[in-house]
Design a protein around this ligand. Structure first.
Ligand code: ATP
Ligand code: MG
Length: 288
């Protein structure tokens, strides 16, 4: 189910004195099974862009084409589009509103007209996928911890069983353990075949998980390519007010000191392998 974005522009409050063009002239294509990281400084247009992908925002200009069909053309059911492309909002705390966790996760399937049995199965499956304890299902979502609320919000979208999952800062404000667990769940969903688009301010997470990275700067798509290529450009990232991944910075420091290590490592494991290789070359292998 490819998604194509053509010349996409969105202006908020168009025609008023406070109009803001949040994104402009954006083109890209998402293919099945991709894991894309969307990065960019605050206010660069990330949330605006992704809300177009399942028709929550209507383009001021340009097109969003899902499976070859413009989602804003006559006769297209946006409900069907949202069933295929699920979006977890940036502040899911503001999205939980039902009396119990169960009802919250069941909202999507019920809305799509699934039977009680089918809904129950979907809720249980979604809980397993996000590691949410089923004992919590009868609780009020307002009694949960930040990490649990995130899981409820993600489970609510997974219960719709979308083909594409878009997450807007799913780990912001969580402690390292909660963050790692949620990212691990997302990684597994991708490994099971889901297309994932992850918006994140955390370059280390994006470098470690995503295969392709798109960079937004003041509403323009200024880079779109393999994570390895995008993250090896430290100066470019810094000019976008983005902090390069820690491992990129470390490799650059070592290179400045004359170490023959690669400048495009993405994970701690890769950095470790490079350092060991160089130490061996230098004849100090016994030290590692
Ligand atoms: N509902 C809205 N009405 C008016 N302007 C808006 C609205 N939402 C966003 N904007 C403006 O559009 C621009 C892009 O905002 P957006 O929220 O898409 O950026 P972002 O990259 O998601 O930022 P962040 O990293 O802080 O979440 C900003 O200038 C913002 O002030
Ligand atoms: Mg945002």
């Amino acid at each position: 189910m490819p998604i194509e974005v053509r010349n996409l522009t969105h202006t908020y409050m168009k025609g008023t004195t406070s109009e803001v063009t949040a994104i402009s002239g954006i083109d890209f294509r998402v293919d099945d099974g991709e894991f894309i990281g969307l990065i960019g400084a605050t206010g660069s247009g990330k949330s605006t862009l992704i809300q177009h992908l399942n028709g929550l925002l209507r383009p001021t200009a340009g097109n969003v084409i899902v499976d070859g069909v413009d989602i804003w053309s006559k006769g297209v059911s946006l409900k069907q589009i949202r069933r295929k492309i699920g979006l977890v909002f940036q502040y899911p705390e503001q999205q939980v509103f039902e009396e119990t966790v169960y009802d919250d996760i069941a909202f999507g399937p019920r809305n799509l007209g699934f039977s009680q049995t089918e809904t129950e199965e979907r809720v249980k499956k979604a809980c397993t996928l996000v590691g949410l304890d089923r004992d919590l299902l009868s609780r009020s979502p307002f009694e949960l911890s930040g990490g649990q609320v995130r899981r409820v919000a993600i489970a609510g979208i997974l219960a719709i069983q979308p083909k594409v999952l878009i997450l807007d800062e799913p780990t912001a404000g969580l402690d390292p353990k909660g963050r790692a667990e949620i990212l691990d769940n997302i990684k597994q969903l991708h490994e099971s075949g889901m297309t994932v688009i992850l918006v994140s301010h955390n370059m280390d997470d994006v470098a470690r998980l995503c295969e392709r990275v798109m960079v937004l700067d003041r509403g323009k798509l200024v880079a779109d390519g393999p994570a390895r290529e995008v993250f090896s450009q430290r100066e470019f990232l810094e000019s976008m007010k983005l902090k390069p991944p820690e491992v990129t910075v470390l490799m650059e420091k070592l290179r400045k000191r004359g170490w023959a290590v690669r400048n495009d490592v993405l994970t701690v494991e890769e950095a470790h392998a490079e350092i060991v290789k160089e130490l061996r070359r230098k004849g100090v292998a016994g030290a590692v």
